[in-house]
Design a protein around this ligand. Structure first.
Ligand SMILES: [Zn+2]
Length: 342
């Protein structure tokens, strides 16, 4: 037994002097002392040779030895972790991994492009509340009380107050601007609007519009056309052509809808433009004198034009997106496709 105790003392010195430089040396140490065929286990096997009256004393020596071997191993265990995670030899002077920035939503890309074009023409952005009152959303805009657009099936009303609703168009912002602004008024109103529609690939309960309004002395339909010509060429390219079709809106007179050359086929005809070569992108017209009067503007002195377009529609045409619901589902596979600006 004395021989074994001496041997243990020698191992203890070896263990205390052990200073591994890497995970490999540490592993060799583990196999040598702590492995299933290692020294600690072998010496425990000597226990049966020890006389009974000395077993207690020998057991204490053995336990102390085992503890020392294990503690030494734990002292250097970080070498093993570092090797496993591959960060053993980081160069801290290297530049950090760049953060991956999120991508812009396609609706934002198109909206920003529309805004920039009109800002260069001197239009400023105007915004208003999404919860509106009847006056700003309907009445001031010459929408008679029995107009279909006021029907409960199209509009979300607020329970607490029957006069409140979720705005159905951003024209309400134009009304607020006309009530408060000094002449001339030259604004664009981008924003979210709400309609009580059954959600499908082609309809949603909310979507986005950009509307524009210009009111000053002697504004004519020719000014409206010039402004929109410029917009179309900036937005869809130099070769784009436009055509106006007579239409009806309660808040403009005369009113028109504007088509542009299909930007998918260049006017030759394709499935997107239903083989007509044209796609409809906006509604416009001269502001109705009654609307001007409602907002405290003298229609004998001032005239103006207004236009409005759906951002979703233009985005769907531009990127050939077939389902409106994709815009609001937050599916990364969809959203990641729009990294480059339009
Ligand atoms: Zn086409």
């Amino acid at each position: 037994m004395e021989q074994i105790v001496q041997q243990i003392e020698a191992y203890k010195q070896e263990i205390s002097a052990f200073e591994p430089k890497n995970a490999d040396e540490l592993e060799q140490y583990r196999i040598k002392f702590l492995g299933t065929k290692g020294i600690v286990k072998a010496i425990f096997g000597e226990m049966k040779q020890v006389p009974n009256e000395r077993k207690k004393e020998f057991g204490q020596i053995l336990n102390a030895f085992k503890q020392l071997a294990e503690e030494r191993y734990e002292t250097f265990a970080h070498l093993k972790d570092a090797a496993a995670s591959g960060t053993n030899d980081i160069d801290y002077t290297l530049p950090a991994e760049p953060h991956r920035l999120g991508t812009r939503h396609p609706i934002s890309i198109v909206r920003n492009k529309i805004i920039r074009i009109f800002e260069r023409l001197g239009f400023t952005i105007a915004e208003g509340p999404e919860i509106e009152d009847d006056w700003h959303n309907f009445t001031a805009l010459n929408l008679p009380e029995n107009h279909p657009a006021r029907d409960m099936t199209d509009t979300f009303y607020i329970n607490q107050n029957p006069d409140w609703l979720l705005r159905t168009h951003t024209s309400s912002v134009q009304v607020r601007a006309m009530e408060n602004s000094k002449m001339p008024i030259r604004i664009i109103c981008p924003g979210r609007v709400y309609r009580n529609e059954t959600i499908s690939a082609r309809a949603h309960c909310f979507f986005h519009q950009v509307e524009g309004l210009y009111i000053a002395e002697n504004v004519s339909f020719a000014d409206l056309k010039q402004t929109l010509y410029h917009f179309v060429k900036e937005m869809f390219g130099e070769n784009s052509e436009v055509r106006f079709r007579p239409s009806y809106f309660p808040f403009t007179e005369p009113s028109a809808e504007m088509d542009v050359t299909c930007f998918i086929c260049g006017g030759k005809g394709c499935s997107v433009c239903k083989h007509t070569g044209w796609v409809e992108i906006l509604g416009c017209g001269m502001v109705h004198p009654e609307v001007l009067r409602n907002c405290g503007i003298d229609p004998e002195k001032y005239t103006g034009f207004a236009f409005g377009m759906g951002i979703e529609r233009i985005t769907m045409l531009k990127y050939q997106i077939k389902d409106l619901r994709l815009f609001s589902e937050n599916d990364q596979r969809f959203l990641k496709q729009f990294e480059t600006a339009l």
